[in-house]
Design a protein. Sequence first.
Length: 216
Amino acid sequence: MGWSDGFEITKAMVNDLLMKEARRLKREGKTNYKVNAMLRSLKALFNYGIKVYDLNHNPCNLDFYPIDVSLKYIPPDKDITAVKDICTLSQKRLIEFVDETGCRIMEAVRFKKSDIDSDLITLWTRKSRNSNLAPRRIQKPNCYCGSFPYTTLPRFLERKVTKLEQKTWSWHNLRHRRASIWATKGMTVFEIMHRLGHNNMSTTMKYLQLLGYNRF
C-alpha cells in the first residue's frame, strides 16, 4: 500500500506484528482472542483507507488465528438431583422449568400462567438491555408451569452448588444441557435455534460446537 512518503505496509509486516502478539499471549497462557481482535481492527482501518483515500489494497487480508475452546460444562443428573434435594418447592420447580425448556433464567422469572395456551407456552425475552420484550412460543414442558416468586435474578442456585462442593454450574449450564439433549435426540438445528431463542442459525451452530453430549 503506497503512501506519500514512499513507505509501504505489507502483509508480511502485519503478520509479523500479529505473530509477536500471539507468542506473547502464549507465554502468558492466554488464547488468540486478542490477536484476532487486532486483526479485525486493522482490516477495518485499511478498508476505510481504501474507501476514503483510494488506497490500492489491504495488507491485512490474512486468516484469523486458531483459538482453543473448552467444552461447556454440563452438570450430570446426580448433581442436579442433589441440589434439588436441598431446595424449597418453588426453587425446585424453577430449576426443573429452566432445565426442561432450555430457557434463559429471566424468561422463567417473567413466566406467568397466562402464558400457557393448551400444549404451548410463550416465553418473553429482551434481545438487548433497552429493547422491548419479544415473545417465543415453544412446546409446554411436563414440569410445573406457573408463576415463580421472583422479580430479579435468583441467586440460590450458585449458593447451593457451592454448599455441596460441586463443580461450578449455573442457570446457563442448564440451558447448554438442554441443547445437548435435543441435539443427541436428533432435533434439527433450526428447531433448537427456535427453542433457544437465537436470532440466527450460525449462533446455534457455534453453541452446539461447544457442547459435549455424553454426560447424562
